[in-house]
Design a protein around this ligand. Structure first.
Ligand code: G4P
Ligand code: NA
Ligand code: NA
Length: 190
């Protein structure tokens, strides 16, 4: 997606060989027209996939997921990182190991928002090692649903998440694929 790549080049800050900061349009401040284009692009990629619902993880997955949901006409469920105050007992909870943070966390979705037979599109802002996407997939599959595809805004292709997800048979569509962040430069994969 050319508009997104241009935004990354103009506003992204390469923090290290591993980490790209994009807080001016995705992770802190949000650019709504760009998010709408992102949603339209996901919708056109998955229009024929008979999606029933979108699942993402709070917080940065929500904006692109909502725009895709708007375009596809389906609801959006975000997995929560902390259990809601209104004590929920009926939850699917899965562990997510972060290689970046070297710590384990949990994400949960209320069982009432997932149904057996659901065809689910997973959406996330970043794909690094794929642990967050795999946790979402486990939740959907425990509910008896099917992961119809995975939509990623920015894939770091030099990390192994995309390979892991593809090897498991999931269809992964990333709107920008970064081959390298070496020497402070963003290089996109072809
Ligand atoms: P890992 O598997 O490589 O260890 O990374 P992980 O997916 O656990 O990522 C941890 C958090 O860091 C996630 O956000 C993820 O989106 C984000 N992230 C991973 N790589 C990058 C990167 O290069 N740049 C930016 N900006 N973020 C990255 P989160 O903690 O869930 O936060 P949020 O969704 O609330 O923003
Ligand atoms: Na993030
Ligand atoms: Na995220």
């Amino acid at each position: 997606m050319e508009l997104l790549k241009r935004k990354i080049v103009e506003e992204g800050i390469v923090l290290s060989d591993q980490v790209l900061k994009v807080d001016s349009f995705l992770n802190h401040r949000i650019d709504p027209p760009l998010m709408l284009e992102i949603g339209r692009t996901f919708a056109s990629l998955f229009r024929e996939s008979a999606i029933d619902k979108i699942v993402t993880i709070e917080s940065s997955g929500i904006a692109p997921a909502v725009m895709a949901g708007l375009e596809l006409g389906v609801p959006v469920v975000f997995a929560r990182k902390r259990k809601s105050l209104t004590l929920q007992t009926d939850l699917f909870t899965e562990k997510v190991y972060s290689f970046t943070k070297k710590e384990e966390s949990e994400v949960s979705v209320a069982t009432k928002f997932l149904s057996a037979g659901d065809r689910v599109l997973l959406i996330d802002d970043f794909l690094a090692n794929g642990e967050a996407a795999l946790a979402m997939a486990r939740i959907v599959e425990r509910a008896g649903g099917q992961v119809a595809g995975i939509g990623i805004v920015i894939e770091k292709s030099f990390q192994n998440g995309a390979n892991k997800l593809t090897e498991k048979g999931y269809r992964v569509e990333s709107l920008a694929r970064i081959a390298s962040l070496a020497d402070g430069n963003v290089s996109f994969a072809e």
